[in-house]
Ligand binder design. Sequence first.
Ligand SMILES: NS(=O)(=O)c1ncc[nH]1
Ligand SMILES: [Zn+2]
Length: 259
Amino acid sequence: YPWGYDGDNGPDQWHKNYPIAKGRHQSPIEINNKEVHYDRSLLPWFASYDPCAAKTILNNGKTCRVVFDDSFDRSVLRGGPLPGVYRLRQLHFHWGSSDDHGSEHVVNGVRYAGELHLLHWNPKYSNYLDAVRRTDGIAVLAIFLQVGKTPKPEMKRILEEINAIKTKGKEVPFPNFDPSILFPKSHDYWTYHGSFTTPPCEECITWIVLREPIIVSSDQMAKLRSLSKNAENEPDLPLVDNWRPTQPRYFRMVSASFL
Ligand SMILES: NS(=O)(=O)c1ncc[nH]1
Ligand SMILES: [Zn+2]
């Protein structure tokens, strides 16, 4: 069922076809210092990614996604709040129509220009589709994109490919890429249990949201906004504002790895 981010198939309507969207463990959420609980038992997290696991980069009309080989424990995330290793499957972005908004999570009222999600699944389950039905099935590492003067050069590689995937359905090879080069210096994070921020919004995600944003340039954000929602034989509709508004936290604890 075609869902989207605006008008009659926007986030407020998703629950009609995906009832979980009105659940008690939905994402994204507001992260407010006053409500966060410092958990000194939280371990540091580690990513061990194989650059050769990177396969393709694509535009699916909803985001720009890089796909990795997840047929074995080749690129994994472990530690932090996670009970074991989780396999990297894909990364993608959410962004706004201008630099003053676009992130999904909001920190003390601050909206960032965008948000990078690295999605991993728990190999204790037989496959990804089985993992998305489990509360400990998925782990997403979320990194905010902040517009600044000294952009991270490592973002260039992804943005250089944008021209090749301008329209929906385009997919091109994207070899030899280790996404950990995109990580900020600090590994400080918040963690909480939530959901996919896109339909069907399954509540299977351990979110690990990094406190430190990575710096991108306004031109780099404009590059993301140059992607089209539509296929090449359709009118060029700018792919922007592909973020879900924050959802009620209800009785969930947000833990911080830092004081
Ligand atoms: N934005 S998200 O990381 O919750 C996601 N990944 C795949 C589909 N939706
Ligand atoms: Zn996402």
